[in-house]
Unconditional design. Structure first.
Length: 382
């Protein structure tokens, strides 16, 4: 049936009708006073979302562009950086850093496990000469559904004193607490197609005062992603280049929806949806990749048994028009991922668990009592 598609991947995420309609308006001039007012409102609300009084800058890029901006504005060739790598996006931080000639030391963990904060503590404590210029980590590792111990690692970064903490919060902003000022996070990168409930195309970078100090001496080349230019323009409620006017109409509405819900309520909703998803999947007899204590509230990675993850994904798509994400790299075919980030409700979770159960029955792989998945999810939500 047309127009019944259900998007349950960790990005792009579903977009509320209100946001879609807002984007359908005619564009206006990006240097007009009317558009300046929109930039002013968005900027204020981005600061609210990031829980910061410092700058949050908006770029016409995907999440990776925001990550790249987070590196090239604050570091210089040959700078030593400590990168956490326990999945596809931690690995990406390493790739970006190497591409720009940084000296990268990776702290790795198995995919599906969180980063070990002790490993960071040891490296940072040992660095008496203060050679480490940045610690770079992914908060919510979307490829595995693991949340990394950002708060603890950041404490060790603060004790070190010199290094900046640079964070990929692409699937954590809006889904879990990321109190930028309280924790003193220096650079936080995110993208519109995740918790923001807006289509892809906008990237965001928050920048602390300490990071701006580093900016003054950073010598990596930059032009389009020079955050100094964005700061200057944003302070005048403007943008250095032509921004995606219609996406920003959508963002204006989406941020207001987030404000109306409130930060705490938003985080609680994501936690409940995660718990219900995990309970439903477990009851269906499918193992989860990440342990409960380190589960991301954006996405749940499920291991397939008896039938491949790709068979589950293609059947649930064909039969129920529900899109789930697959595994990446060596996890391809072994896991599938259920996104529950952004504009997702309890009804969506019950639907996906029920459809998953029917899918397992169709594939002849149903070992649990029929209805048990929905019952377990409902118990959490009830
Ligand atoms: C944690 C994380 N970081 C970075 C990205 C990259 O974002 P993009 O594909 O928008 O460049 C994603 C996208 O899925 C992500 O989940």
């Amino acid at each position: 049936m047309e127009n019944k598609h259900m998007l349950m991947i960790p990005g792009p995420t579903p977009v509320p009708e209100k946001v879609l309609l807002a984007m359908g308006k005619h564009p206006i001039g990006h240097r007009s006073s009317g558009f300046s007012e929109i930039i002013a409102e968005i900027t204020e609300n981005l600061k609210w979302l990031h829980q910061t009084k410092s700058d949050v800058l908006m770029l016409t890029v995907s999440g990776t562009g925001a990550m790249e901006a987070g590196i090239i504005n604050f570091l210089s060739p040959g700078d030593r950086v400590l990168v956490g790598n326990n999945g596809k996006f931690g690995e990406r931080w390493g790739k970006i850093s190497r591409a720009f000639g940084l000296e990268v030391e990776e702290i790795t963990a198995e995919w599906g496990k969180p980063l070990d904060s002790e490993a960071f503590r040891k490296k940072l404590e040992f660095d008496n000469q203060k050679h480490i210029k940045a610690v770079i980590i992914t908060h919510s590792e979307t490829s595995t559904g693991v949340i990394n111990p950002l708060e603890t690692i950041n404490k060790y970064v603060k004790a070190h004193g010199e290094a900046l903490i640079i964070v990929d919060a692409v699937t954590s902003l809006g889904a879990i607490n990321v109190p930028v000022d309280d924790w003193g996070l220096d650079v936080v990168a995110s993208g519109s197609q995740k918790g923001y409930m807006v289509p892809p195309g906008l990237g965001f970078v928050s920048v602390s005062q300490k990071a701006w100090e580093a900016y003054k001496t950073a010598t990596l080349p930059k032009f389009y992603l020079d955050l100094g230019a964005y700061r200057k323009a944003t302070n005048k409620n403007s943008s250095p280049f032509t921004p995606p006017v219609n996406l920003m109409y959508g963002l204006q509405v989406a941020l207001q929806m987030m404000k109306d819900e409130g930060l705490e309520a938003m985080f609680t909703r994501h936690r409940r949806l995660t718990e219900a998803t995990r309970a439903g999947v477990k009851a269906l007899g499918l193992p989860l990749l990440a342990d409960d204590e380190v589960a991301s509230t954006a996405v749940t990675a499920v291991m397939s048994t008896g039938v491949t993850a790709e068979a589950i994904r293609s059947t649930i798509k064909k039969q129920f028009d529900i899109s789930l994400a697959g595994g990446q790299d060596h996890l391809k075919g072994k896991i599938f991922r259920i996104g529950h980030l952004g504009f997702v409700s309890e009804r969506d979770i019950l639907t996906v668990i029920a459809a998953l159960e029917s899918t397992l029955i169709i594939l002849g792989n149903q070992r649990a009592t029929p209805g048990v998945g929905v019952a377990a999810a409902s118990k959490i939500l009830g």
